[in-house]
Design a protein around this ligand. Structure first.
Ligand SMILES: [Zn+2]
Length: 262
């Protein structure tokens, strides 16, 4: 039977199998002096104590292994598209400003425009300032209309401080590169077209139904009121009324006749 190689941890003093120590090429036995558990706790503490240096070290490592990381990401994406999709959706939901900045930088490069804004310049409101719809964070597969989108107020100036605004994707798409005057002309023209074709407009069927109901109820109430009035009149003895007001009696009814009728 093969003997299991062990090692004593320089931190906690526990004797553990060699595999429980991280690999370290420059060490004589090829393993770290701290066990995996102790090394993990030590690193965590060091990162907490030195946030700036930890950030720089992480960036250096990322830059050094950039090609390998890109390759791995591509491989993961191809092998597990659903995991990748969920990750990217979660990320864009939590960091919509980062996504907008990333897209702005890409577009600026594409169109040869300046892009000097930072994340702080991207303020995402709850509602689209133009169309008033609630802005939905996170990618939506088929309908991007309500997603936040970064607009260049004057497109030719690029993504610079004071020239960006967040609005719905739909508002941005409609605004495009038109001037305010051009938009007004389009709106005026659309209004004019709508007025000239008003007679062809289809009336809301719900409104027609409402009107019909209202008319029917009115007619019913009127009928009931007439019925009640007629019934009430019929209950008054005709003779007694004309006896008291003989001058009002119809010419065809003499006081004697009215007595008979009663
Ligand atoms: Zn240990």
């Amino acid at each position: 039977m093969e003997e299991i190689k062990t090692k004593k941890c320089a931190k906690c003093g526990a004797i553990k199998p060699l595999e429980d120590f991280p690999k370290l090429a420059k060490s004589p036995d090829g393993r770290n002096s701290y066990c995996k558990e102790c090394q993990k706790a030590y690193t965590k503490q060091w990162v907490a104590d030195h946030p700036e240096r930890a950030k720089a070290t992480a960036k250096k490592s990322r830059d050094k292994h950039k090609d390998a990381l890109t390759k791995k990401r591509r491989k993961d994406r191809a092998e597990k598209p659903e995991v990748f999709l969920k990750y990217s959706r979660d990320f864009s939901e939590k960091n919509p400003d980062k996504i907008l900045l990333y897209e702005a930088r890409k577009r600026a490069k594409e169109f040869g425009l300046p892009c000097t804004i930072t994340e702080e310049d991207i303020v995402i409101p709850e509602f689209c300032p133009i169309l008033r719809v609630r802005l939905i964070r996170g990618a939506i597969d088929n309908n991007r209309d309500s997603c936040p989108s970064l607009d260049r107020i004057r497109p030719e100036l690029g993504y610079v401080k004071g020239n960006v605004a967040v609005m719905s994707y739909r508002a941005n798409r409609i605004k495009n590169d038109a001037t305010a005057d051009e938009h007004r002309r389009i709106a005026d023209w659309m209004d004019a077209q709508t007025q000239s074709t008003q007679e062809f407009n289809v009336i809301d069927p719900e409104l027609i139904e409402f009107g019909r109901g209202l008319g029917e109820r009115l007619l019913e109430n009127t009928k009931r009121a007439i019925d009640e009035a007629v019934t009430g009149l019929a209950q008054i003895p005709v003779g007694s009324y004309f006896d008291k007001n003989p001058r009002l009696a119809p010419m065809s009814l003499s006081p004697a006749q009215t007595k008979e009728a009663a």
